[in-house]
Design a protein. Sequence first.
Length: 251
Amino acid sequence: MKSLETCHAFVTGGATGIGLAITQGLSAAGARVTIASRNSDRMNEVADDLDGVTGVVLDVTEPENIASVFEAVGSVDVLVNNAGIALAAPFGKITIEEWSNLMAVNLTGVFLCTQAALKSMRECGSGRIINIASTAGLTGYPYTTGYSASKHGVVGMTRSLALELASTDITANCVCPGFTDTEIVADAVANITAKTGRSDAEALAELVKQNPQKRLILPEEVADTVLWLCQDSSRSINGQAIAVAGGEIMQ
């Protein structure tokens, strides 16, 4: 595995939230980073602010778009599949369109981007595949059936792929954050207050009650775990689903 100073990292959803923290961490470590997003304005702002960062418009649900983008950006040493969407709804009220969209973005998008990046990793003989899953990929939560199913799929795919790649210097791992201080969680808090009349503090307490530390995870904490997995010294870490959740999940 190359040092990060000579690595090309590709981060989907790299312009906001956890993805932005990962992009910032990789850039600070000297990596050349390509961020992929459907939000071109935000992506371009991040690329302008950070050294060695460029942006590409990408829809992870479109195979032809993925193929053309990866051909254009060239060899990838580190792939971080971070793009994802969330949905909270009772099981009986999830529509087939919502279910299909969750699977397309959260699971099939990871599959397609990984297939695209693996070609150059195999040619180089090394690489790091890091999939941002969730604690919902390790256990169940009420009202997150579709989201949890998609993230369980990411964990299962990663573990199987890791075994296929075990004879190479390419590793595949998941990072599984608990509730993290991002816009998605802010929207969840607003949704709870609107529907229940609870205060913001009460709504937040409901979200973090499963975390023994009773707090939101910081995006930078997730990013630090990703950077650790990129190191050559982490080459024996393979097929793992690492919870960054304050002790909420213990395996």
